[in-house]
Design a protein around this ligand. Structure first.
Ligand code: SAM
Ligand code: DTB
Ligand code: SF4
Length: 325
């Protein structure tokens, strides 16, 4: 069994966590140029600094989710006006994956608004994973909490990554989500790791959390043993009708700092500049790449929210001399 939660890691091995929150806070507090310099140094040791992976998202089951995540358009607890859709047919998913591949994505991530998948759901999703993998794309799914044996079933279908975020610091979690806990999240992450699937785990910033909470989230991610291979850093997309609709804006440099801290503390992980790009200037996104982000979501939609059109990203890549990974 892998020891994925920091508590379990320290219980079983008695070793100190790799990163204390205060140490990550000290990184956050560096002068901006010094922080970005350190992030670039780290980034260049592990990656081609001018290559960025393009990943396309598809919502395979939309809305009506039993969970009450305060940021989410898909929770049945909030009145967001989102139209619910049942699980998409296989052909529709394959067609979307082909289109994503043809427009230059190398990774395809399928998301479902479930607390967790039922047996029949997982059979369908497994077929989708195998078909998408067969197109030569890297596969990722995010389906909520997994039961015993479900991760193995996904591994068998050819799944490369399972996305399941810690989302925010433990001290802030209860203010945003009440229907499940971070301990539940660790339980699923451990199942994913034990099945030999790569872990994709990150969070959201800009939900009104403190800098200390951002540092605690980064430390928690970096202290997983091993750290997630893939770390999506989402900027809150404020959704009308959710409790976080009117949250105060985050200083954009604070978002860049979060990316830099993730890069420094998880040097070999893919750090993904995820939700929120539609609201960002090209200059802000360039700073995120400089801070060590090396993946974006590509295509005009995230799961339900807007994302920049592919054409805007093509122009941005060309202006920055970035190449696709
Ligand atoms: N239901 C599954 C779950 O919660 O793990 C999978 C889908 S859920 C939409 C995937 C992730 O999207 C969440 O963990 C959260 O980090 C991110 N997310 C959802 N709504 C968001 C929003 N409005 N702004 C930014 N990120 C968001
Ligand atoms: C992740 O961390 N971000 C992606 C992916 N994992 C599934 C999802 C972002 C969702 C943004 C809000 C929406 O589209 O509804
Ligand atoms: Fe459901 Fe995931 Fe949205 Fe939470 S984030 S309400 S679990 S779809």
């Amino acid at each position: 069994m892998s020891a994925i939660s920091p508590e379990k890691a320290s219980n079983t091995t008695q070793t100190a966590p790799k990163w204390r929150t205060a140490e990550v806070e000290a990184l956050f507090a560096l002068p901006f140029n010094d922080l970005l310099y350190r992030a670039q140094e780290t980034h260049r040791k592990h990656f081609d600094a001018n290559a960025v992976q393009r990943s396309t998202l598809l919502s395979i089951k939309t809305g009506g989710c039993s969970e009450d995540c305060g940021y989410c358009s898909q929770s049945a607890h909030h009145d967001t006006g989102l139209e619910r859709e049942s699980l998409l047919p296989l052909e529709e998913v394959v067609a979307a994956a082909k289109a994503a591949r043809d427009s230059g994505a190398t990774r395809f991530c399928m998301g479902a608004a479930w607390r967790g998948p039922k047996k029949q759901d997982l059979e369908q999703v497994s077929k989708m994973v195998s078909a998408v993998k067969g197109l030569g794309l890297e596969t990722c799914v995010t389906l909520g909490m997994l039961q015993e044996g479900q991760a193995e079933q996904l591994k068998e279908a050819g799944l490369d990554y399972y996305n399941h975020n810690l989302d925010t610091a433990p001290e802030f979690y209860g203010q945003v989500i009440s229907t499940h806990s971070q301990a539940d999240r660790f339980d699923t992450l451990e199942k994913v790791r034990d099945a030999g699937i790569h872990v994709c785990c990150g969070g959201i910033v800009g939900m009104g959390e403190s800098r200390r909470a951002r540092a605690a989230l980064v430390a928690e991610l970096a202290n997983m043993s091993p750290p997630p291979e893939s770390v999506p850093i989402n900027h809150l997309v404020p959704i009308p009708g959710t409790p976080l609709e009117h949250v105060a804006d985050l200083d954009p440099f604070e978002f860049v700092r979060t990316i830099a801290c993730a890069r420094i503390t998880m040097p070999a992980s893919m750090v993904r500049l995820s939700a929120g790009r539609e609201q960002m200037s090209d200059e802000l996104q360039a700073l995120c790449f400089l801070a060590g982000a090396n993946s974006i979501f590509y295509g005009d939609k995230l799961l339900t929210a807007e994302n920049p059109e592919a054409g805007r990203d093509e122009v941005l890549f060309s202006r920055l001399g970035l190449k696709a990974m």
